[in-house]
Design a binder for this molecule. Structure first.
Ligand code: FES
Length: 417
């Protein structure tokens, strides 16, 4: 019973020949999880089972072959009626993959650069075998569609990310009569305000935004900075004068034995499934890690009809062969569960800021790399501002305050060339 909010007009999709019911437009990964399927593929080297961890397009654990195209991130792909899904990298089947023997034979050591190297015939044979057995899927069954030319845009001020910081900035810019364009990659603005399990966060508010528009790169052409934005299958090259990045972060996977098993998910992935999609990924969910988020997530799990265990405990290892069936925590010992939700801060998504010339430094206290900026969010590049979790772990209220401060600076002319 993973789906606790029923689908009104379900559509049918196909997974390895089986018919599944899904909600049109929801992420494919969500539809697959809602059908009690945790294993999405096998890893290309050790053939260990794989299942979604982040649900934000950051971990590559949910790749499948979709309508004949390999390696599609199913957490970033919307369900369409009749869609055909296939699991990858398994022989003969993702449930009983004979190549999983790799994981037992080479339990402690396997260096593919040295294995049989120096024995010319054995090396050639091994190379041929390895190429057949490894890799990510097989080539697409049809050629790629012809690309349309990019659309060129120019804007004075661009905000990227419609979470707590981005929305606070947008509201302040509107209040001060400053025009801007806000890009949000999800179908709806709100970020963790509508998907997270944080206690006491502000209620979500709205702002005009171009939703479903994902910024995939930041470049400079002849000294003019521009963003590469994918919107509606079309590439937009967005030139700007000033830029505010409020792009948040990526869930961090804690280190523990079996942390790659299907059923190990970030706390935010589990809260997103519950709050946005009405899906409970397992009946019993261990909410481990940072205590206040774990407690809030446990409340969400209970409200959705599930059972929360090991709330805020320190994880020692996950158990299971194909997927999680138990967790060992301190204190508590071994506890049966179907999903392990790892709660804790995100790792800042500094990639765009770095491409824009910002300084990225190691923060020993937060144990992650953060973007350096002054109190107003201005980086060493005077036209580039940052706010929210891209600067380091913080509550959504603190992120909103940073967004507001950055908006005030931008409205006052800071960063003007
Ligand atoms: S990339 Fe899809 S679950 Fe992480």
């Amino acid at each position: 019973m993973p789906r606790f909010i029923p689908v009104d007009s379900p559509v049918t999709i196909e997974l390895d020949g089986d018919q599944l019911q899904a909600r049109e437009g929801e992420p494919v990964a969500c539809a697959v999880l809602a059908n009690d399927q945790l294993i999405f593929s096998r890893s290309p080297k050790y053939h260990r089972p794989r299942g979604p961890f982040c649900l934000t397009g950051a971990c590559a654990q949910c790749l499948m072959r979709v309508d004949g195209i390999p390696n599609v991130p199913t957490c970033r792909t919307a369900v369409k009626p009749g869609m055909r899904l296939e699991r990858q990298n398994a022989m003969p089947d993702v449930r009983i993959d004979l190549l999983r023997a790799n994981d037992f034979v080479f339990r402690d050591w396997f260096n593919h650069h040295e294995f049989m190297a120096g024995w010319p015939i054995a090396e050639q044979v091994m190379l041929k075998i390895a190429r057949q057995l490894s890799g990510l899927g097989v080539l697409p069954e049809r050629p790629a569609e012809a690309r349309q030319p990019a659309i060129i845009e120019e804007h004075e001020l661009v905000v990227v990310g419609g979470g707590a910081a981005g929305l606070a900035a947008a509201r302040q810019l509107s209040n001060r009569g400053v025009s801007y364009v806000l890009f949000e990659r999800e179908a709806q603005v709100g970020g963790r305000l509508i998907t997270g399990a944080e206690a006491g966060q502000p209620a979500p508010w709205n702002a005009p935004a171009r939703v479903g528009a994902e910024v995939v790169g930041l470049f400079a052409d002849d000294g003019k900075a521009f963003l590469a934005v994918i919107e509606g299958q079309r590439l937009h090259l967005v030139f700007y004068k000033r830029l505010l990045l409020t792009v948040g972060g990526h869930p961090m996977l804690p280190t523990f034995p079996n942390n790659d098993l299907p059923g190990v998910m970030s706390g935010r992935a589990v809260s997103t499934l519950i709050r946005r999609h009405g899906v409970l990924p397992g009946k019993t969910i261990a909410c481990v890690g940072e205590l206040s988020e774990a407690r809030s997530l446990a409340e969400l799990v209970k409200g959705a009809g599930g059972t929360a265990v090991a709330v805020g405990a320190e994880i020692e290892r996950a158990h299971g062969l194909r997927a999680v069936n138990a967790v060992t925590v301190k204190p508590g010992g071994k506890i049966a569960c179907e999903v392990i939700a790892t709660c804790g801060p995100l790792s800042p998504a500094f990639e765009l800021a770095k491409c824009g010339g910002a300084e990225v430094v190691w923060n020993a206290q937060a144990r992650c790399f953060v973007v350096q900026a002054d109190a107003r969010g201005q980086t060493v590049n005077p036209t580039l501002f940052v706010a929210g979790e891209v600067r380091g772990p913080m509550s959504s209220s603190a992120a909103a305050e940073q967004g507001l401060a950055a908006a005030d600076a931008l409205a006052g002319g800071a960063g003007a060339p």
